[in-house]
Design a protein. Structure first.
Length: 120
């Protein structure tokens, strides 16, 4: 039926499409499992961040933030979110797992690319 979205918003649809083949983009990390919409809690069980997609194996984990249209402000927010994830994620993963961060978007603006590259 035209106009029906089967319960998915555009953002969730983009998240599903990106998650489907995401680990293929990073073969050097051999990421094998994927989790979606993973809350990150502090010691008082308060949500401090949410990971849109978490790819993992026994050595690496990649927290991916997915946006419909990523801009420079999203890059800044992603970096702040990664700081919170680094602080509270150890309760979810073994201590020796190395954490990577990524920002993905249905559309990634030039300003978002420039902001991300300036942080490398």
């Amino acid at each position: 039926m035209q106009g029906e979205n089967n319960g998915f918003g555009k953002g969730e649809l983009i998240e599903i499409l990106i998650a489907a083949n995401l680990w293929e983009k990073f073969p050097e990390y051999d990421l094998q499992r994927a989790y979606r919409r993973l809350p990150v809690y502090d010691e008082k069980n308060i949500i401090k961040a949410e990971v849109d997609i978490l790819l993992v194996n026994t050595e690496w984990a990649m927290a991916v933030d997915v946006k419909r249209q990523a801009n420079a402000e999203d890059v800044k927010e992603h970096l702040e979110r990664m700081e919170r994830i680094l602080k509270y994620l150890p309760g979810l993963l073994p201590a020796d797992v190395k954490l990577l961060g990524a920002l993905a978007g249905g559309i990634v603006t030039g300003e978002a690319r420039a902001a991300a590259c300036s942080r490398l």
